[in-house]
Design a protein around this ligand. Structure first.
Ligand SMILES: [Zn+2]
Ligand SMILES: [Zn+2]
Ligand SMILES: [Zn+2]
Length: 436
């Protein structure tokens, strides 16, 4: 049975009531309704005006003409295709669903031409975060080691500005303090923004480093290793509450593809735990020295944060398991969900208490852009609220964890970043991507 949601008319204005009534009574309502359905009830459809002719190639005669003048409202609607739920819920749902199918096919097989045998390949779900740029209020997940309190300190430590560096709260998910610095004056906004800017470079370097690390672990040259094992991945960048992204990736090992077998198993017996060790080792090696934003500044040495997590993906793992191996469908759902969010979703309620932190990030972006207009040009990633274009999803060119032809609907998004350890206050971390 299909459940029908009730129409929510709360908050509708008298002018909108008038608009809806006029639409319902209009002569072309049925045609308009079918046009709206054709674009999936997109909230912000693109409106096209003009004519489109279908021409017989052989004779050159016009077979039919589509004229926007004859459409309802005098326009042809095309869906916006925006992946962000806050911008267009229907298009975002479609994007998330496509992404889920793609990721599930890559992790579990049985869809989009990927055989179910891929689920037996070594495969991990990895998370790469940015380093710390200063203490922030945090949620300690159930099951994590130690106290679930935010930042328990018994010696009454304070920062140079006299702010307490201890927080005994167990913050609920909805607490706006989560992700906010303990002291905004101490928080290293310059490194935060610089790390974010170069996050994709760190990811790119990781995609180069991982096959290298794998070859080294097998005591082979990279060329020889490629005849035995290849790396595939799909990754997404997710914004943490502190306004910096981290990267989630499904990373899978395959054998070299053959004409009749595009997704063979590696030619050596390797398991997911071994792959998890290689992923962690590779991520720890990745670093990037970023150019200076100011001529008189110090170099930024960027790396991923210490919290590199690589969990084996196993089809027999429970759907709700918090520790140990993780189920492929759970991973697909998790990554698909985050592929529809972006920086602007960090503060949907536009709350004053989270605004200050985001405003400071923004101010630092402008300052850096100002100090280095070639390096950080206006209109670049620094024009994004958190200074990064690295959210969204990408797959390795080989079709990595997913099928060879990537997502149909919205354009693939840039990859996300992984964690690196900044070596000093001016050293943000860099992410890289995995390649085959
Ligand atoms: Zn839309
Ligand atoms: Zn706290
Ligand atoms: Zn301080």
């Amino acid at each position: 049975m299909t459940a029908v949601a009730e129409l929510d008319l709360d908050g509708i204005t008298p002018a909108q009531v008038e608009q809806v009534t006029a639409r319902l009574l209009s002569r072309d309502f049925d045609q308009w309704a079918s046009e709206a359905a054709r674009v999936g009830h997109c909230h912000r459809p693109v409106k096209l005006v003009g004519q489109a002719h279908t021409i017989d190639k052989a004779t050159g005669s016009v077979l039919s003409t589509l004229d926007s003048n004859r459409m309802p409202d005098g326009v042809l609607y095309v869906k916006c295709g925006n992946r962000r739920a806050l911008v267009c819920p229907p298009c975002s749902r479609e994007y998330g669903a496509d992404m889920w199918h793609l990721l599930r096919a890559g992790a579990a097989g049985g869809d989009k031409g990927v055989p179910t045998s891929v689920a037996t390949h070594p495969m991990v779900f990895a998370t790469f975060t940015a380093p710390s740029f200063g203490p922030v209020h945090a949620i300690k997940q159930p099951g994590s080691k130690g106290s679930r309190r935010c930042r328990p300190r018994t010696r009454g430590e304070t920062c140079p500005h006299g702010k307490s560096l201890s927080c005994m709260a167990i913050h609920p998910d909805s607490d706006p303090r989560v992700g906010q610095p303990m002291c905004s004056s101490c928080y290293d906004y310059e490194s935060h923004v610089t790390w974010q800017w170069w996050a994709l470079e760190l990811w790119r370097r990781l995609t180069i480093e991982l096959p290298r690390t794998i070859a080294h672990a097998l005591h082979l040259t990279q060329k020889a290793a490629r005849t035995i094992v290849r790396v595939s991945f799909a990754k997404v960048g997710e914004y943490q509450q502190r306004g910096v992204i981290h990267f989630h990736a499904i990373i899978r090992l395959d054998g070299p593809p053959e004409d009749n077998e595009p997704f063979p198993a590696p030619l050596l017996e390797l398991d997911s735990r071994w792959l998890a060790d290689q992923v962690t080792a590779a991520a720890r090696k990745v670093e990037y020295t970023a150019p200076l934003a100011y001529r008189d500044g110090a170099d930024y040495r960027l790396a991923f944060g210490d919290q590199i997590d690589a969990r084996p993906i196993h089809r027999r793992a429970g759907r709700d398991d918090l520790d140990g191996p993780i189920n492929p469908e759970t991973v697909a759902a998790y990554i698909a969900k985050y592929s529809t969010k972006s920086a602007a979703d960090l503060d949907p309620a536009d709350r004053a208490d989270t605004k200050e932190h985001l405003a400071r990030i923004r101010a630092m972006e402008l300052r850096l852009a100002d100090g280095a207009d070639e390096l950080y040009p206006p209109g670049g990633p620094f024009d994004n609220p958190t200074g990064c274009s690295a959210s969204g999803a990408t797959c390795s060119a080989s079709g990595a964890t997913s099928p060879p032809s990537p997502v149909a609907t919205p354009p693939p998004l840039p990859a996300s970043a992984a964690p690196a350890a900044a070596t000093n206050a001016r050293e943000p971390a860099t992410p890289t991507a995995l390649s085959t």
